[in-house]
Design a protein around this ligand. Structure first.
Ligand SMILES: [Zn+2]
Ligand SMILES: [Zn+2]
Ligand SMILES: [Zn+2]
Length: 715
């Protein structure tokens, strides 16, 4: 029995004191709050006014001390909040006994509940101990690496009859060598046996059926795009056949990718693989998903297309040819439907605006040309070694000669920047260009000596080379340039390789003169001529120039020459121009190469890897420390970036400041240094005889303060 007893007396006995303290605790208020409550009641009982001043006095009389005014009001507010007192007319306070009794009754109920529980549990103490001894922990969180996860999955699927999974692509359709290559042989084997052979396991997949995943897996395992393509064809066939044959297999198409993976095992309920869907994704009408899956599979398998460049079979959804690497719609445009001028202009403008808006280094090109510019990279300055550009160019063309066209196009866009962001940056020259742009005398713009001089000067300042406008042929609409010291001296080829310079000159002519310009390189130092001669010609329709491309073998041997020059740190051009290029050119080229298509990003990494391997071999790097020391030094020397290495558990982190590709780039939500990730990966593989996976995890162009690469050893 719990009752409330409040004594009104100036002297409170020890025993009563203890009980009062208990009441305060049961009411859930502090001692001081309880003392205030008591003071209010004492005034009330004597028929005195319960004003704050009187409460304060009463409190002082009883306890011999007084709370601060602000504190007193604070405590009174608390009591009001709990409804233990009410505030009535003229600001007087009264104790509310009804509320106090209710609160104490609640308290009593809780005590009784607890007592019942106590009785129930205490009778079965031994049972609980017994059960606890038999049972392992209910929920266990385990961190599994990739192989462990799939082995654990295989183990769990062994004796259940339903299996739910969601995936970008169902790996159970992979061929055995591919499944084994990515460390999922046990898992795939188990599903095959129980689902396809014995028919005792029901499998339901939610999947985006993204063919890029098997392609990338196969590319990683075989290292050969042709084989990877064939693998994908087999996988799609298999997918189609198995769905037709097995009723216990249910593949449902998911438009949006799923969220995070959670593996949940419950002895009684069987195995469940849950992927926490993002928001509402993954819910909806199941029949729709089934229909969706069929449509998607038909889409993947039904359309037979060929690459117009090399004849390789391709799928409509692919953006690049797995054999020759050409961007499919680009190549199609070149051969089947030449793009109309408007499309070309639109594309050109789109890249132009995007890069100009987001790349600080391109915007400061004008300052470089017309005076002292604050460098975007305070420590390395804004120039990079010419051979970094050459490694990039020739590794690309040794994978696919067709990339000569890509480099040419990129050169053209750079030519436009050179005029619009560079030469025009001086208002005086800008006005001169506008004045010379007269429809009745269009050739004045090329004949003007001041402008000619500016163009020559800028080529030197940016480190591209020495140019001289040698001849203007108005009748045929042609300009002939002599180029001394282009970007690829001291290498040997059977035909002129300066596609980018050709593009830059054509792009500049388009920006100055208007209409369409394209070029031909007639001779060059690399095939043994004393200088390079580039002719550019005017035409009204947009058409791709006919270029004599380097063969794969030739690009391959040029790449080896560049690697040799790089490792020897040979000087390759005269002192008048030096071996360094303004990195705006590297940045524009890198961005356009990485952003062209997802396939180009993969190719960029692959090209970087080839270069890293060869550099490592040529420099005879041994072991991981040797490799890191060499890379640190090489990156500094060639202006690629400033790296420092941090070892963590199970991985190595490389932090890089002042990236050649990303310095001064706004947050465009891209990792731009993917080719350097490949470069490091190749160098590590070669130096350690192990397999590494290097990924760029942070990038300036992705909003981070510096770039970061994660290096993981693949066992
Ligand atoms: Zn092809
Ligand atoms: Zn050349
Ligand atoms: Zn980066």
């Amino acid at each position: 029995m719990i009752s409330l007893c409040i004594l009104i007396s100036s002297r409170i006995s020890k025993m009563e004191d203890k009980e009062l303290v208990k009441i305060a605790r049961w009411l859930g208020i502090t001692d001081q709050q309880f003392e205030i409550l008591l003071s209010i009641y004492k005034l009330e009982a004597r028929g005195e006014k319960t004003t704050p001043r009187n409460i304060e006095r009463e409190y002082l009389n009883t306890y011999g001390r007084v709370p601060q005014r602000s504190n007193l009001f604070g405590q009174i507010r608390q009591l009001l909040g709990k409804n233990l007192i009410t505030k009535e007319r003229q600001g007087l306070y009264f104790v509310n006994f009804d509320v106090m009794y209710t609160m104490l009754q609640d308290r009593k109920d809780r005590f009784i509940e607890e007592l019942n529980e106590f009785n129930r549990v205490s009778e079965r103490v031994k049972d609980y101990f017994k059960r606890a001894a038999l049972q392992t922990t209910k929920h266990r969180v385990e961190y599994l690496n990739h192989n462990e996860l799939y082995d654990a999955l295989a183990e769990s699927i062994k004796d259940v009859d339903r299996f739910y999974a969601s995936a970008n692509f169902p790996t159970i359709f992979y061929t055995y060598p591919l499944a084994a290559g990515i460390g999922r042989s046990n898992y795939t084997d188990m599903v095959w046996r129980r689902c396809f052979k014995k028919g005792e396991l029901n499998v339901l997949y939610l999947t985006t059926l993204n063919i890029d995943f098997p392609f990338n897996h196969a590319f990683r395992v075989y290292g050969d795009p042709k084989k990877a393509y064939k693998e994908c064809v087999i996988i799609i066939d298999q997918l189609w056949n198995q769905i037709e044959t097995h009723d216990n297999l249910d593949i449902r198409y998911l438009k949006e990718p799923h969220g995070m993976d959670v593996r949940k095992t419950d002895v009684h309920a069987g195995l469940r693989i849950c992927r926490a869907a993002k928001g509402q994704k993954g819910r909806g009408d199941h029949r729709e998903y089934k229909k969706g899956a069929r449509r998607k599979i038909q889409h993947l398998s039904g359309i037979e297309m060929k690459c117009s460049n090399c004849g390789q079979g391709i799928q409509k959804t692919w953006s690049f040819c797995p054999n020759c690497g050409i961007r499919l719609n680009l190549r199609e445009n070149i051969e089947a439907h030449p793009p109309r001028g408007a499309e070309y202009l639109e594309e050109r403008q789109e890249y132009y605006d995007l890069v100009f808006k987001n790349f600080k280094i391109l915007r400061s090109m004008g300052d470089i040309l017309y005076g002292e510019a604050e460098p975007v990279r305070p420590r390395l300055n804004d120039f990079g070694h010419i051979n970094i550009l050459n490694l990039r160019k020739f590794s690309l063309s040794c994978l696919s000669p067709e990339h000569g066209y890509t480099l040419y196009k990129i050169g053209k866009i750079i030519g436009h920047y050179l005029v619009n962001a560079g030469i025009r940056n001086d208002p005086k020259i800008g006005r001169l260009i506008d004045k010379l742009n007269k429809p009745e005398k269009p050739w004045n713009i090329f004949e003007n000596k001041t402008l000619q001089k500016k163009c020559e000067e800028f080529w030197i300042k940016l480190g591209i080379g020495f140019i001289k406008l040698d001849d203007i042929n108005r009748e045929e609409g042609k300009l002939k340039y002599i180029v001394k010291e282009c970007s690829s001296p001291r290498i040997h080829s059977t035909r002129p390789p300066c596609f980018m310079e050709m593009g830059i000159l054509s792009g500049m002519a388009e920006a100055l003169f208007g209409r369409f310009w394209d070029g031909i390189e007639h001779r060059c130092k690399s095939p043994g001529d004393p200088y390079s001669e580039i002719e550019i010609y005017l035409h009204d329709r947009k058409e791709e120039p006919v270029m004599e491309l380097l063969t794969k073998d030739e690009s391959n041997s040029i790449l080896n020459e560049v690697v040799g020059l790089m490792v020897d740190r040979s000087e390759i051009r005269s002192d008048r121009i030096g071996d360094f290029f303004y990195i705006a050119i590297d940045q524009a080229m890198n961005y356009l190469l990485v952003a062209l298509s997802p396939g180009h990003a993969i190719l960029s990494k692959h090209c970087g890897k080839i270069c890293g391997e060869r550099i490592s071999r040529e420099a005879k790097l041994r072991g991981i420390n040797d490799a890191f020391n060499y890379l640190r030094d090489l990156f500094l020397y060639s202006g690629v970036g400033i790296i420092r290495i941090e070892e963590r558990i199970g991985r190595i982190i490389i932090k890089m400041d002042e990236s050649i590709y990303a310095s001064g780039v706004e947050n465009i939500h891209m990792n731009l240094c993917i080719s350097l990730a490949g470069f490091i990966e190749g160098a590590l593989n070669e130096a350690t005889d192990q397999k590494w996976e290097v990924t760029e995890t942070k990038c300036i162009a992705n909003g981070h303060p510096n770039c970061e690469f994660q290096c993981k050893l693949i066992t």
